[in-house]
Design a protein. Structure first.
Length: 254
């Protein structure tokens, strides 16, 4: 493993202070693979000053973009990713790997990350895992002898692991503050900030058993007819927007 590469790549996992077991699991994964990863203390939204909350999350934008208000855990999750992006741009690192704390890393993870860093052409984000039931792929090319780099037909919602370029971080920070959707949903609306989001098959980040119990879930309001209608409307906007903008964009990876 080239330490000169890892000195230019920031690897961070997001973890709440209370989730000690999860932190230890990820740290063992880093040690097993010899990676210089570091922990980022996840944001506990209730501890964020109200003035800062207002800068990060906008209720009016949420009502316009999403079908229900975000719970504090979703807000804190998004804020954590934002802080990691800011830390990345304040550093001299060329690439950022972001992991959540309920993951297992495949043995090929280091080689795949290095291969992604060497990809020519414009990309903003490469997801290291996606849908567990398979991806809808519109283009692909070899990345390593065992992995392909893919362009999605429809970007999946998982944010458990991804690689971000400096330009990708800039786009996100310029366009997603304040936010109104959960981060995984926001990324699916990639055309709103001209993001190029690619993926890897097979995935090199998997969920461990702790992912079955959420650390951020909050109390949800009851689901009524209005919320159901708003959800249908949002899904239609996602589907139609994705189709329209894919048709306008040249085929990635050709």
């Amino acid at each position: 493993m080239s330490m000169s590469f890892w000195s230019r790549c920031l690897i961070t996992f997001i973890n709440l202070d209370k989730d000690v077991e999860r932190r230890q699991r990820v740290e063992r994964e880093f040690a097993r693979l010899g990676l210089p990863g570091e922990r980022f203390p996840a944001v506990w939204w209730a501890d964020v000053p109200e003035a800062e909350q207002a800068k990060l999350y906008n209720a009016a934008l949420n009502s316009e973009q999403y079908y229900k208000p975000l719970v504090n855990g979703e807000k804190g999750c998004y804020a954590s990713h934002i802080h990691v992006w800011r830390k990345f741009l304040a550093s001299e690192s060329e690439w950022l790997v972001v992991l959540e704390d309920d993951v297992v890393l495949d043995d090929s993870f280091p080689a795949v990350v290095q291969a992604i860093a060497g990809v020519q052409g414009q990309w903003d984000m490469v997801k290291l895992m996606g849908r567990l039931q398979g991806e809808k792929v519109r283009a692909r090319r070899p990345l390593t002898p065992q992995h392909d780099l893919i362009a999605y037909q429809r970007v999946p919602s998982m944010t458990a692991g991804y690689v971000l370029s400096r330009e990708g971080a800039r786009k996100l920070l310029q366009s997603r503050i304040p936010f109104g959707r959960p981060i995984d949903v926001d990324l699916r609306f990639w055309w709103e900030n001209d993001l190029t989001i690619l993926g890897v098959l097979p995935p090199v980040v998997l969920l461990d058993e702790t992912s079955e119990v959420s650390s951020i879930e909050g109390v949800r309001p009851p689901v009524g007819w209005l919320m159901r209608w708003r959800k249908i409307r949002m899904k239609a906007a996602l589907t139609l927007g994705n189709m329209r903008h894919l048709a306008m964009r040249a085929k990635t990876l050709d």
